[in-house]
Write a protein that binds this ligand. Sequence first.
Ligand SMILES: [Zn+2]
Length: 434
Amino acid sequence: MTHSSIIISKSVFRNCFSRFFKFAIIFIILLLVNTGCNKRKPETPTPDIQINEQYWIRVLLLNNIQQCSIQIESHFSIKEENRVQNSKSKKDYKPLKEPVIVQIIDGQINIAKQNYPSNQIIISPKDPYIFSLNGKSYRGKVRLIAKSDANSFDVINLVPLESYIAGVAGAEMPDYWEPEALKCQAIAARTYCLFIKKRFGENRTWDLNKTAAHQVYLGMEAESPAVWQAVNETHGIVLTCRQPDGTEDIFPTYYSSACGGHTEDSENVFGDSYESLKGVPCTYCKDVAKEEIFFWPDVQFEKDEVYSRLMNRYPNLNRLGEVKEISVDKQSDFGEFSRITRVKISGPNNISEFLRAEDFRLVIDPTGKKIKSAVCTLEESETEYIFTNGRGWGHGVGICQCGVQGMARQGKSTEEILSHYYPDSKYYEIDYNK
Ligand SMILES: [Zn+2]
């Protein structure tokens, strides 16, 4: 090999090497961009946007507020509802480069410094049908309703059912859990939402609250490819069971975090009775729930503090004069997994009131993070109430989410898991086009 040939081959090698690097860098950038996009926008545009109105869900995002910010990166329209007297109640707008402020001025809704006389406004983004509220992205449309005090307004997200379910399933369950567990969560959330909409939606301007009072909804923040896979693979599927009147229909598919060993009869917690909401043994959550949740540590509350919280929340307790004693009145019959279901609150003159244990627990500890469940023993010292021998987290009716993950890990199918926690329930597939 001559000296010059060595130089040539070195230069060829350098060229190849630098080309390889260029390709590698471009490949890595493409990969990152792709993965990033997948994470942010797994389903674009928003699916089912033409769906029948009865399958849109109205979610209360903010209530009684004075101000919020909205941004829409696509073209959009603003329609003033309840304003039939002229044809200019709907206007189209170009995409917003910056968020705009929505507020109440002179008793009217004001968007980007323009007043709207109607007390109800609908903002409808065009493709991909996404808006951002206070920096968080949601799908569908947004309805603003000025309150009768003319000093505040509510913000309601109108969202097609499947997109709503994605925003719930990913908020209520970690998206890295088993695909079968996520599918159970999607079916339970879908059934529960339609039940609540049907039972309570007619008499109010929204169907569900975005909090755990119903089910947690975080909009697109909760979405991921795994969540959308679970939603799409269970598209339109809900559960039905035999109703108290003998017909077959959807039912309130309650769920909670970890039952602690046995789920609870709905009748004992919420007062409604369904065949598919009977307590069942659960040996699955113990291996999934954290130790401090499955066996939660004792908590103490000062008696005076307990009494004043109860009086503040339930003014009718004033008829007792004062609270002298709290005792367990009823509990379920599941051995070591029994749940306190009713407490007796007594005054000095042998007068008593009764409270559901679940309400009692959440009045004493509104976070639900200390007294995690009613599977516990109520003891007392001279000055304190002590909640001891606690197990599990949540009300314990229906699906035990940690148990669902435990069953899924053992290879059980979505149908097997759901028919364990909701015995005698049946699949029903909704046809959204009807
Ligand atoms: Zn369980």
